[in-house]
Design a protein around this ligand. Sequence first.
Ligand SMILES: [Cu+2]
Length: 256
Amino acid sequence: MIDTVILQQGTGWRAQAEVFDEIFFVFLALGTLIGTIVISYTLWNVYKYRDDGGEPKDDFDAPVVGELPTGQGGPKAKKLFLSFGLSAIVVISLVVYAYGILLYVEEGPDTGDEGDIEILVEGYQFGWEYEYPNGHTETGEMIVPADQRIDIEVTSRDVWHNFGSSELRIKSDAIPGETSSNWFSVSSEEVEAQGGEATYMVECFELCGSGHSAMKGQITVIPQDEWEEWYAGTGSENGTENSSNIGGAAAGGVPA
Ligand SMILES: [Cu+2]
């Protein structure tokens, strides 16, 4: 199993990884509990109604193929409705619970005044390019700050790809001419725990050609202040590359 990533954010923030881990745990626990009850009850009945070689009892009400074992409203009917009722309660509760929690994943946490960072992710044969709000682009490695909600808009410049990171529990289609939105966040505690720089592998999850298996990237999360410093340096660098950029023209005088 993949190591648990602790991504608890400030007030009421929960990272996708945490939400999915919780859903996984709830389903695993319930599945184990109900599985144990059902299998034990089945085995107990197998033992209780085993063929002991004797004559069948007169009052034994054997099940009939094609008929519900209701026993004319007797104890069997009660047992039948009890098991249907309990199953319905379990299934409906799980649907309501999972749907509610997945709505949060869809919408993402409310960032309030802090705002968030939107990065355009473009897949190509065979790699990933990231474009920041200031126009700066990175290939392969996406560098983002901790304690921030990072919004990604995923698209492709050639064929269908799929941008995903298993550890962060994110995965989005990368389709030419379309964008799919997703978000993630990593806490500064997690960054600290990983030695001041948290890294997560990015992979392509859509068979896209001969280089598909090598279509890997990385998400690097660094502390806010370090990131701001790094980001401030990228604007002018990008401007120098694209001389049409006005800000870049001004920065062009500074040797890169
Ligand atoms: Cu791909």
